[in-house]
Design a protein around this ligand. Structure first.
Ligand SMILES: Cc1ncc(COP(=O)(O)O)c(C=O)c1O
Length: 280
């Protein structure tokens, strides 16, 4: 049976090959309007309504990569109702929990809303970023079952899929996360550090935007501080990105996505000058 997998346009580059390699036919739904550097909510809803029943729709749970633009809670509500009405399977990718608001609990709001609304989402979670455990390959796949019996069947199917792929997952990273989340003091440390990290990124966003204005740039950079999460989707073209690499040795992905984690009070002036230089 042909199953359609819808992903936002744009999305994290690896989503497409991952789903294709799983035998799904990948299609895109409109998500972001480059002209206004904003969420293209009206067209996204149109596309969702056009998806055939039974299709899987990939949603970034928070801090959308690469755009940094998330739906509001009201918009999530509309999406949840439409996805339910059209019998689609919501598939959340949650790779930046804590990066959007600074609080991992707040950032889980959309997933919780979908479950409360009676949907049965699948959720993939990564702890690479929010626990700084990139090298440990630590994440989780959660599926909401309608009944205990259904959940058991899903787990049994999953075991059949993973057994010939990787047999058993690595344990070390999972133990680190478990140790932290089972201890109230360590959990509080994690929450505090997560907030500190998100606040620093937001500060750098404002600083980068202000510095761009100071350079004399006449372009509108409001989206830099409006976006959330780890990335600034700058709007630079591939050509401008290449120029910035070659001339100023400032590196970002070809789609103009800047990792805000790499912006500091020490290099923000240099980066703003480089961006202005290639975009004026
Ligand atoms: C949206 C998204 N999902 C998943 C991942 C990968 O997570 P992991 O490091 O757990 O493979 C990333 C980034 O690396 C990402 O941006």
């Amino acid at each position: 049976m042909l199953v359609l997998q819808y992903v936002p346009n744009p999305t994290w580059g690896n989503h497409i090959p991952i789903f294709q390699n799983s035998g799904l036919e990948v299609r895109k739904y409109r998500y972001y309007d480059k002209e206004s550097s904003d969420l293209d909510f009206v067209n996204m809803m149109k596309d969702i309504k056009d998806m055939p029943e039974g299709s899987i729709v990939l949603l970034h749970a928070c801090a959308h990569n690469p755009t940094g633009m998330d739906p509001t809670l009201e918009q999530w509500k509309e999406m949840s109702e439409t996805i339910k009405k059209h019998n689609l399977l919501p598939f959340f990718d949650c790779a930046y929990q804590g990066f959007a608001s600074g609080d991992p609990n707040t950032d889980a709001a959309a997933i919780r809303m979908f479950v409360e609304d009676g949907l049965q989402p699948m959720v993939v979670q990564s702890f690479s970023k929010n626990f700084g455990l990139y090298g440990q390959r630590i994440g989780a796949l959660s599926v909401v079952g309608a009944t205990e019996e259904e959940a058991k069947r899903v787990v049994s199917q999953m075991k059949m899929v993973v057994r010939p792929m990787y047999s058993n997952p690595p344990r070390h990273g999972a133990r680190i996360v478990t140790t932290i989340l089972e201890d109230p003091k360590l959990t509080q440390d994690f929450l505090d550090q997560c907030k500190g990290m998100a606040d620093r990124i937001n500060l750098m966003r404002v600083l980068l935007k202000d510095k761009l204005t100071e350079t004399g740039s006449t372009k509108n950079w409001d989206h830099i501080s409006k976006q959330i999460g780890m990335f600034a989707y700058s709007g630079l073209s591939e050509d401008q990105v290449m120029q910035m690499r070659e001339n100023q040795h400032v590196y970002c992905t070809a789609d103009g996505r800047i990792s805000m984690a790499g912006v500091t009070s020490g290099n923000v002036d240099y980066i703003a000058d480089a961006i202005h230089d290639v975009s004026k």
